[in-house]
Write a protein that binds this ligand. Sequence first.
Ligand code: PLP
Length: 414
Amino acid sequence: MAFKPANNIQDLQYFGEFGGVNPSISDSSTYTFLSAKTMFDTFEGNADGCYLYSRHSSPSNLYLGEALAAMEGTETANVSASGMGAITPVLLQLCGAGDHIVSSRTIYGGTYAFLKNFVPRLNIETSFVDITNLEAVEHAITENTKVLYCESVSNPLLEVADIKGLADIAKRHNLKLVVDNTFSPLSISPVILGADVVIHSLTKFINGSSDTVGGVVCGSQEFINALRNVNDGASMLLGSTMDSVRAASILKNLRTLHIRMQQHSHNAMYLAEKFEADGLKTVYPGLESHPSHNLFKSMMNEKYGFGGMLTIDVGSLDKANELMEMMQDKNLGYLAVSLGFYKTLFSAPGSSTSSEIPEDEQKEMGLSDGLIRFSIGLDADIERTYKTMRTCMETLNILDPREEIIKPSKLQNA
Ligand code: PLP
């Protein structure tokens, strides 16, 4: 039977302490114990259901974590104050001095910077590879490798990882496959395909309101317990904890994710097809021209489509900037980083979200100056949006003006 992530979220039942339809928000940083012995046991990790201190866990954070674990099909999950607050403790929990990571070379710029510039201080090395080339991935593994790291759909190039293929490699070499699924919530379920740990930046589609940053790690009970361990857990000790009020508001937004993802995907597919037909260099996993279109299809939960992210290449950074400013001016969206908002967001990744990646490496991975990354919004009338975008592109000579279509009635009159 197909995996049904949104059903799994809906099937959870929570009540507030007075029977409210939403769980009550836990507005406390610390919790009382009826006996000193239970407090001691809780520190030892042996008092199930007891709360100790909110950096460790809180009822609101556990509710959100449970819903996200249900969505990803994992035993449990741990929410964090940001996506980076999920990624960094996972990698530091799994790797120590002398260890090695094999990572996709096209990943979010912050993750790339962490692996390239930060973890070498702790004597952790990373090999960056073309994740679509499974041979290259396997070739990069050394006896010190502990983690295979990728994004299901990569930021910003929209490369698609073969999660089953990577999971086979990980199993053969006894590695953990860690997948950042931020770009494809609901559409792709990495754990069902063999991943060990799934991470999201909740900041994006899952919360969907661009009003907070947040993150989550979904995994086995054993791994999440290890992250939260008071003695050596990276999440507990690095302290990137989500606030309960935020956890409650993200949980409420999560409940409409399935509807939003369908609309994001529908609108992105519409625009991608139009842009491609117009002759623009367009990348969208839903297009047959995408090199991993069939792979995405083979992995996806069909209902949710190919996601809300697409890119076009308009030739130069100057043109990209002009177009983005004009589109903002015409109220087609915002010139802003991030993704998953109800409005379309656009940015030129080479000079923004991927600027941590040196220019020569950007070129090598195919990240060109004229690339614009779009997070397509929930527009009710995407045809109107397209028409106005097309006019902007014609005004800036990115596309040739379309010859006016002569209506048959006019021809008859002529
Ligand atoms: N992962 C991906 C794919 C992202 O795009 C981002 C942010 O842009 C992050 C992780 C980091 O998330 P946050 O900004 O919530 O820390």
